[in-house]
Design a protein around this ligand. Structure first.
Ligand SMILES: [Cu+2]
Length: 619
């Protein structure tokens, strides 16, 4: 699935690789005079290495004119290309098949590497080198296995020395879709791995071919076809004649110390290629553990980063989006209750939506009733309320009624007071309200992730006796939120490396997309600040003179305890009700006083951004 720009690059790459391999296959079997095993080697390698495979074929192996193949392939560098291709085709096929199987089985990455090495080595040695080459090398299968063991070992060690770090570092890197064979990225990493492995194995093959340890390229023609070299698709090996470098008579020109030194060095490089990445990435995890997570750029991931941390911080995968909210949709919409024998019944559904926080900037949000913030629940002190919460998220959740006095079983703390609501399930909360004031509800399962992605909403409880509350001509609820949206993906913002937010919203919108409040001179407004965000204490400030703080955390302050201020620190979970009077006409700002929180991705638009809105006093 296309989720990142790299996916488009990979599509282009594979669109080039497929016709490249098709061309090589056609040309090999229709025109090129060489043993079938080499034809297949080139086809497979071109499938894995795309245009690079095609380049190698044309430059080193494709007969330029009929009858010239023998002469054309003589240079050592071409012979070594043939030798490397032959080896890599077998090894890479073994490695790739093993990687796909181990990923599906959910084996940890370190075990993957061992299985892949073993599979690549055995496939290369037992099938590609010994079985397919038997017709060319003569001798029994057993003799060939013995003869090819060392050359295959040297070549495979080098191949894996190059391929293993590519696989480890990229598969367990930022975009762990690379662990899943169902993703294009997996195949992209395999391709890159084969290319790097080829580059590592090539010098070793130059040496081995020059020392007569391995076959290079060969020419094989049907006698009957003669010099015209019309090659037939089904050239059977009885009628075939083999010539060229190496051929039947290979007599290695190496000394034991040379072999020991070279083999030792390749083992050392193999060890480095497989072990060193373990210093940087957690190779104990499996494809299942990381579940295709895409991590925020800049997150610190070490050899001991647990899979649970990755699952918590990862991007919301766009495939989970079940609803795209219109650009001008607003959150915090009043939710009308149904009445059931005196009980006010509300339905909430948590799901993944695409939400516009600013024209042109969307986030993949976890949302109640397809809006951010979730719908406003407004009841009166003493009401019996029932809230049916349906979980349509890809993970379990629970809803907490922040600040309320209620039965413990209704408190919504996942794993503490209830089993989390599994995806697809509904849980019913029911309680009688005993307080009045500004409250809110929010997820209480993986709060770090889910609330950071948008799972919260206002819960306003009006007092039974209205006169006990400080009153104003108008009121406006301000719910704060921090977002991390980067490179087209949304991550839950967190106060840690790589996860700090770059967007900030009031009621799901960043300035200048926030509401504008309209007042007449002399009118008063009650601003209900809600710290529905996860990270920062936001010093919320109003221009145009002080306001009076009349309630804190839902509790109305006694007239003696009320105080005037022009900035109030709204911390996560806190609520402040303040009453501000429109003393003079004009455009007065309400904003957070942390400068960065009034930018959008570090940019000021129309005088600011993020946690900012306007009160227009006219008339
Ligand atoms: Cu702030």
């Amino acid at each position: 699935m296309i989720a990142q720009p790299i996916d488009l690059v990979l599509i282009v790459w594979f669109v080039l690789a497929l016709p490249s391999a098709a061309y090589v296959a056609y040309d090999q079997f229709a025109h090129n005079p060489e043993p079938v095993v080499m034809k297949w080697g080139f086809v497979l390698i071109t499938l894995y290495m795309g245009p690079i495979g095609l380049l190698l074929y044309v430059m080193a192996d494709k007969e330029p004119k009929p009858g010239t193949h023998e002469e054309f392939i003589k240079p050592l560098w071409k012979q070594a290309v043939g030798s490397t291709i032959h080896c890599c085709a077998g090894d890479a096929t073994g490695i790739i098949v093993a990687a796909a199987i181990t990923a599906s089985l959910g084996l940890p990455m370190w075990l993957d590497l061992i299985v892949e090495y073993t599979a690549g080595f055995l496939f290369g040695l037992l099938i590609f080198q010994s079985l397919f080459m038997q017709g060319i090398m003569g001798g029994t299968y057993r003799e060939n296995v013995r003869r090819m063991f060392l050359p295959e070992l040297i070549s495979m060690n080098m191949m894996m020395a190059g391929m293993a770090p590519v696989m480890s570092l990229l598969m367990m890197g930022r975009d762990m879709r690379a662990m899943q064979p169902t993703e294009l990225l997996f195949w992209g990493v395999m391709s890159l791995g084969v290319i790097v492995g080829f580059a590592f194995a090539y010098p070793a093959n130059v040496w081995m071919v020059s020392r007569q340890m391995k076959h290079g390229l060969m020419t094989e023609r049907r006698h009957a076809a003669g010099a015209a070299a019309r090659v037939h698709k089904h050239a059977d090996s009885h009628a075939a004649h083999t010539s060229g470098h190496g051929g039947h008579s290979m007599s290695p020109e190496t000394t034991r110390p040379q072999l020991a030194a070279v083999t030792g060095m390749t083992l050392l490089l193999l060890a480095a290629g497989t072990v060193l990445p373990a210093l940087f990435v957690n190779l104990r995890l499996s494809a299942r553990d990381v579940d295709g997570a895409i991590m925020p750029p800049g997150m610190i991931m070490g050899w001991d980063t647990p899979a649970a941390a990755m699952r918590d911080m990862r991007a919301v995968h766009p495939r989970f989006v079940s609803h795209v909210a219109p650009v001008d949709a607003r959150g915090d919409q009043p939710l009308a209750p149904k009445l059931d024998r005196g009980v006010k019944v509300f339905d909430l559904e948590a799901s993944v939506i695409r939400w516009t926080i600013l024209p042109g900037v969307t986030v993949e949000a976890y949302a109640f009733n397809r809006q951010v913030p979730g719908p406003r629940i407004r009841v009166t002190e003493g009401d019996r309320v029932r809230i049916n919460v349906t979980n349509s998220l890809p993970e379990p959740t629970a809803v907490h009624w922040h600040g309320l006095i209620l039965p413990n079983a209704m408190d919504g703390a996942a794993e503490i007071t209830q089993k989390p609501i599994a995806p697809g399930e509904t849980f019913t909360y029911e309680f009688t309200t005993e307080q009045a004031g500004t409250y809110f509800y929010h997820t209480h399962a993986h709060v770090d992730r889910q609330q950071g992605l948008g799972l919260y909403g206002a819960l306003i409880i009006d007092p039974r006796a209205p006169n006990i509350e400080a009153r104003a001509d108008a009121e406006y609820v301000i719910q704060l939120q921090e977002w991390l949206q980067r490179s087209g993906l949304t991550y839950p913002a967190m106060p840690m490396e790589g996860a700090l937010p770059n967007y900030f919203t009031i009621n799901g919108k960043a300035y200048p997309a926030t509401d504008t409040i309209h007042l007449k001179p002399g009118q008063t407004i009650k601003l209900r600040f809600i710290g529905s965000n996860n990270i920062f204490i936001h010093p919320m400030h109003v221009h145009g003179g002080p306001f009076t703080v009349v309630a804190r955390d839902g509790e109305t302050l006694s007239p003696q305890a009320r105080f005037d201020a022009d900035t109030v620190n709204v911390g996560p979970g806190q609520r402040y009700d303040v009453i501000w009077r429109a003393r003079k006409p004009g455009r007065w700002l309400v904003h957070c006083h942390i400068g960065h929180h009034t930018t959008n991705n570090n940019t000021e638009t129309d005088g600011g951004g993020g946690l900012m809105l306007l009160i227009e006093v006219t008339g």
